[in-house]
Design a protein around this ligand. Structure first.
Ligand code: 5MM
Length: 336
């Protein structure tokens, strides 16, 4: 492991209050979003959409890195330029999703386990030759009547730690994403309790698996009530519960935390990040940034609709949402 390579990459990703754009939707997820927007679900349409995203002028001023999917990292623009070259020329660091998705965890009804460790050492080397400098693996934790179980949490974070170890061995920065889902009618307190439990187990697992904490990025959910909960949270609630949970769980040795948006609207995700910086200015031991997919992309996708005459307007929206999240990272977001 070359610690300098890992540290330099993390600092570059988040320099000048930048964040990350997650555009690593797997085929199923991307097709689902296309179907909802009335866009044909073909490889060519996915290529054209991802081309729209990465050719947005000025994106590099607020986005330090993008997370790609296996199909996307191999694709080219209309004129045959590899996507990876477009990104490198713009100064945007290339990341890659390396998990192979979730399946039902045997013996654990209603819980999932993420696959993808077999052959990962070799796949990392291949992605590295394509220019990837960081990677991402997502585990999914659901709050339900009898979930999450300790057995499922431990299996998922063990896989996350083993993935992180393989990345660090390859000088690739691991983004570690243990997502406590928003789906459900749980309270913000329940989300706090589960997120804290997951993160504390994760940090312990990092210790046992010899992970160099200074060379990772954690991508957690915000602490927030379930989508079906009766009581809605204020921005202050989300900011306070989230930062208190992170301060209690994640050591200052970890350099950066970059949130997922988890299905929050772009406005709410941005407002919550902003509020955390407003309330906890100078009290955060780590970089606290964003690694949003839907909260940056959704307005762009809805505007594009698969029609190239909408490209300019769609790119304008992408830029706007990337910029507002950069502002939120500084506590300077002004809602429209
Ligand atoms: C939780 O999903 C991650 C962040 O996206 P949101 O900000 O929309 O919550 C995201 O990186 C996710 O891992 C990708 O969209 C890929 O998900 P799938 O389900 O396709 O593996």
């Amino acid at each position: 492991m070359n610690k300098k390579i890992l540290s330099d990459c993390i600092q570059q990703l988040f320099a000048n209050s930048k964040g990350l754009l997650a555009m690593d939707e797997s085929l199923g997820t991307c097709n689902k979003r296309f179907a909802a927007a009335g866009i044909p679900q073909t490889e060519e349409m996915r290529r054209r959409y991802r081309q729209l995203l990465i050719t947005t002028k000025g994106l590099q001023d607020s986005i330090g890195g993008v997370i790609l999917f296996d199909e996307t990292i191999r694709q080219k623009t209309d004129d045959g330029t590899p996507f990876t070259k477009i990104l490198q020329d713009a100064g945007i660091i290339i990341g890659i999703k390396v998990d192979k998705g979730t399946i039902g965890q045997p013996g654990f009804p209603n819980e999932k386990i993420t696959e993808g460790l077999d052959g990962l050492r070799n796949r990392l080397q291949e992605y590295k030759t394509m220019g990837a400098r960081f990677a991402k693996w997502r585990a999914v934790i659901r709050i339900g009547e009898n979930t999450p179980t300790q057995g499922s949490i431990e299996a998922n974070i063990h896989a996350l730690a083993r993935y992180a170890a393989l990345c660090q061995e390859a000088d690739i920065v691991p983004i570690v994403e243990p997502e406590v889902l928003m789906e459900g009618d749980h309270t913000i307190w329940q989300c706090f309790e589960t997120t804290e439990r997951v993160l504390k187990n994760l940090i312990y697992q990092f210790y046992t698996q010899h992970i160099w904490l200074e060379g990772i990025i954690i991508k957690p959910n915000m602490v927030i009530s379930g989508t079906g909960a009766a009581k809605k949270d204020t921005a202050n609630d989300v900011a306070e519960f989230t930062v208190k949970c992170l301060l209690a769980s994640i050591p200052p040795a970890v350099p950066a935390i970059a949130f997922l948006s988890g299905g929050q609207s772009p406005e709410y995700a941005t407002m919550h990040l902003d509020k955390m910086h407003e309330l906890f200015k100078n009290k955060l031991p780590w970089i606290l940034s964003f690694s949003f997919a839907r909260a940056i992309q959704q307005p762009t996708l809805d505007c594009w609709k698969g029609d190239d005459k909408n490209i300019a307007a769609a790119q304008k929206l992408l830029l706007e949402h990337a910029e507002t999240n950069k502002a939120a990272r500084q506590g300077n977001y002004i809602p429209k």
